[in-house]
Design a binder for this molecule. Structure first.
Ligand SMILES: [Zn+2]
Length: 97
């Protein structure tokens, strides 16, 4: 039994910089070779989070926040490729607001 009142883990979106429930954010990480990949919940290593919103995904590609979050350099091209891969998923989930 738990007495905690609806504790929800919050993470910061690297697209807009706002904190939100982890459940509405997509986790991703830097893979070998410098590519950015969606990483799921169980993958080890430093991850970052982004809203499934086109504004946030676009922000991810532009922003330095991602590099601060992952504490490493992320090539701009890798950020943009990741954003491009996320867009179709965004459309598929119908959350593109
Ligand atoms: Zn966001």
């Amino acid at each position: 039994m738990t007495s905690r009142l609806h504790h929800v883990a919050e993470r910061t979106c690297v697209g807009c910089g706002e904190r939100d429930r982890q459940s509405v954010l997509v986790r991703f990480a830097l893979a070998e070779g410098g590519e950015v990949v969606a990483s799921g919940r169980h993958r080890a290593g430093r991850g970052a989070y982004v809203h499934m919103r086109s504004d946030c995904i676009a922000g991810l590609a532009r922003s330095r926040r991602l590099e601060r979050s992952l504490r490493t350099r992320v090539e701009r091209g890798a950020r943009e490729r990741f954003a491009e891969r996320l867009e179709p998923e965004l459309m598929a989930t119908g959350n593109g607001r």
